[in-house]
Design a protein around this ligand. Structure first.
Ligand SMILES: [Zn+2]
Length: 114
């Protein structure tokens, strides 16, 4: 936190990581979509239909969580550019550097997050 360049690097690294995870889950969703279409073509009452949709919900949930994380990282980068980064949006206090290192997109201090 003392050095904004470190923070920017941290955010950039986190962004790459989350973006890779997002692409991964999107690929899984695409594969699942193809499988599901194949199943529907063969037999509408396929017994595998339920597990497939459960898998779909799980992946869709993952995709949303990662897309949100990405938005959070972009917002953190924006705050960094504006010089308001590292402040808890709830109490206005500083967010501990260790917390930001573990979760660069954090917007609240550890006390407010509880
Ligand atoms: Zn706080």
């Amino acid at each position: 936190m003392d050095d904004p360049r470190d923070r920017a690097e941290q955010l950039a690294a986190r962004r790459r990581e989350v973006l890779a995870q997002l692409r991964e889950v999107e690929q899984e969703l695409a594969a699942l979509r193809r499988t599901r279409e194949g199943v529907a073509d063969d037999d509408e009452h396929d017994p595998d239909g339920v597990p497939l949709s459960a898998q779909w919900s799980r992946l869709e949930g993952l995709r949303l969580a990662r897309a949100e994380a990405l938005t959070g990282i972009d917002e953190a980068a924006q705050r960094l550019a504006e010089g308001t980064d590292g402040r808890c949006e709830s109490c206005g206090g500083p967010i501990a550097p260790a917390r930001l290192a573990a979760r660069p997109e954090a917007t609240t201090c550890i006390d407010c997050a509880r």
